[in-house]
Write a protein that binds this ligand. Structure first.
Ligand SMILES: Cc1ncc(COP(=O)(O)O)c(C=O)c1O
Length: 328
């Protein structure tokens, strides 16, 4: 199902661990090549998980960096893209990333980012050309590219993998969440034969990670069942229908004074408010309306299952509208 070049798969316990594994792969790769590198370049507003290395490449202002300062490794952050997915591309959008990569290329083991959708760090839907440029620049400067598709993988953005919007393949890909449909914890880190062979040809002789529950048989069975289900259902049509519904039912929410913007892509719908939402109050409202939505900060968003009906989707968006009206 995944891009052809990514032939090697390492199964992990959770999304955060899949990111740890991706970072370790990149570090071991450069060690094996004989020129160790220890920095990662990433984007502001990113989210990659709650374990230490994953946190270190997550947005520094919007997360827990301050709490762990001194312990957390410090990496390089480029401005996040401003050009939205449906906007016209402006070349300037890549300039900060390009200069940070150019200035530090010999120290950077890999670039890590969420392709097309920056999730928990801001629900930002960005332009495919940004991602294309990132791939070109990584090739130009000889830096590995890690794409974290833990949230976007398996159809969420309308393509099976968000990288397809830009027609690129990363050197390392992180998958999780929908891999098991949320029923068991399991994630995966995929890479190319070149990266895998280089890592295994290094001093250690293998990739140095081996947790107890790696490749857990029950989780693997659940993943196989979930992926079969996805392949047997017309998920493209379902995600396209959700996207079409969002296009109809989200824009009217812009009329609320508290709403700054609404946006959507595939089966992701986002309402951003001007000021943070009172989560406790609005969640009570949601539960009374028979829906479960977990907002954070200024973001109220939904990523529903692909088999949600139009009526159910409307129920979610109506609950957001009435919830915002009653608490903001
Ligand atoms: C893009 C992205 N990366 C990593 C993670 C971390 O995954 P997990 O919560 O399974 O550790 C998440 C979880 O929300 C995510 O959205």
């Amino acid at each position: 199902m995944t891009p052809q070049a990514l032939e090697k798969v390492f199964l992990c316990d959770s999304g955060s661990i899949s990111v740890e594994v991706a970072l370790k792969m990149a570090l071991q790769y450069w060690h094996a090549v004989g020129s160790p590198r220890a920095k990662f370049l990433t984007l502001r507003h990113g989210y990659h998980g709650d374990s230490f290395a994953a946190m270190s490449v997550t947005d520094p202002d919007n997360s827990m960096h301050k709490l762990y300062k001194g312990f957390l490794p410090e990496h390089i952050f480029a401005d996040s893209p401003e050009c939205g997915f449906f906007d016209e591309w402006v070349e300037e959008d890549i300039s900060d990333f390009a200069s940070k990569l150019g200035d530090n290329a010999d120290q950077i083991a890999a670039v890590i980012l969420e392709p097309i959708v920056q999730g928990a760090g801001g629900m930002r839907l960005y332009h495919p050309t940004f991602l294309k440029r990132v791939r070109e620049l990584c090739d130009e400067f000889g830096v590995l590219l890690i794409c974290d598709e833990i949230a976007t993988g398996f159809g969420r953005t309308g393509k099976l993998f968000a990288c397809e919007h830009a027609g690129i393949t990363p050197d390392i890909l992180c998958l999780g969440k929908a891999l098991t449909g949320g029923y068991m914890t399991m994630a995966a880190t995929l890479t190319t034969e070149h990266v895998a062979n280089t890592v295994c040809g290094g001093e250690a002789g293998c990739f140095m990670h081996g947790p107890t529950f790696m490749g857990n048989p029950l989780a693997s069975a659940v993943a196989n069942a979930s992926l079969s289900l996805l392949q047997q259902t017309p998920w493209q049509e379902k995600v396209a229908a959700i996207e079409a519904n969002f296009a109809e039912i989200l824009p009217p929410l812009k009329q609320l004074d508290c709403v700054k913007s609404v946006r959507w892509l595939g089966a992701i719908g986002v309402v951003e408010t001007h000021t943070p939402v009172d989560v406790e109050k609005i969640q009570r409202h949601f539960v009374e309306r028979g829906v479960w939505i977990r907002p954070f900060g200024k973001l109220v968003y939904v990523m529903p299952p692909y088999d949600i009906s139009t009526a159910q989707l409307k129920q979610l968006v109506e609950a957001i509208e009435s919830g915002l009206k009653s608490v903001m």
